[in-house]
Design a protein around this ligand. Structure first.
Ligand code: CMP
Length: 138
């Protein structure tokens, strides 16, 4: 079944020059790009996006990191998209990420972990709608 997920290439990976390689890995894995934009989040936007983590001890560091530089946000379409994309990017903590995954290749730390992937179909829809309107999708 083809469905959708949402991703962000995070500020560390953009700043370290990995944007092109990461997009290449995503396309090579068979995902189609439905929408994509390059932007820098405001503090209010980052807090809203990660509101589900607002009570976690890492929330402040996460928000500060995510507003520290530009990101690339995208909606991706592919077979079993949420699960297959999470397999492509690897474990949240790059120290635990499998060989060949995007986080293993490009991430720096658990906050600077190169890339985000939605954890459910429901969150993929919420997160995609957070960044993109209907006329920005192809
Ligand atoms: P992400 O998939 O974008 O979702 C929340 C982010 O919080 C996660 O990636 C990590 O970059 C960051 N984070 C920092 N510390 C933790 C932690 N202990 N557990 C989960 N996520 C963490």
């Amino acid at each position: 079944m083809t469905n959708k997920t949402f991703t962000m290439i995070k500020p560390d990976a953009v700043a370290n020059g990995h944007t092109g390689n990461i997009i290449n890995d995503i396309i090579a894995a068979g995902f189609k790009i439905e929408a994509m934009k390059y932007l820098q989040l405001t503090q209010a936007q980052a807090e809203a996006f990660y509101a589900v983590h607002s009570e976690r001890p890492f929330f402040r560091d996460l928000v500060n990191f995510m507003i520290s530089g530009p990101i690339v946000a995208a909606i991706l379409e592919g077979e079993n998209a949420v699960e297959n994309f999470r397999n492509l990017i690897g474990a949240t903590n790059p120290a635990n990420a499998a060989e060949g995954t995007i986080r293993k290749k490009y991430a720096v730390s658990i906050d600077a972990n190169a890339i985000h992937g939605s954890d459910s179909d429901e969150n993929a829809a919420i997160e995609g709608n957070f960044f993109f309107s209907s006329f920005e999708r192809f």
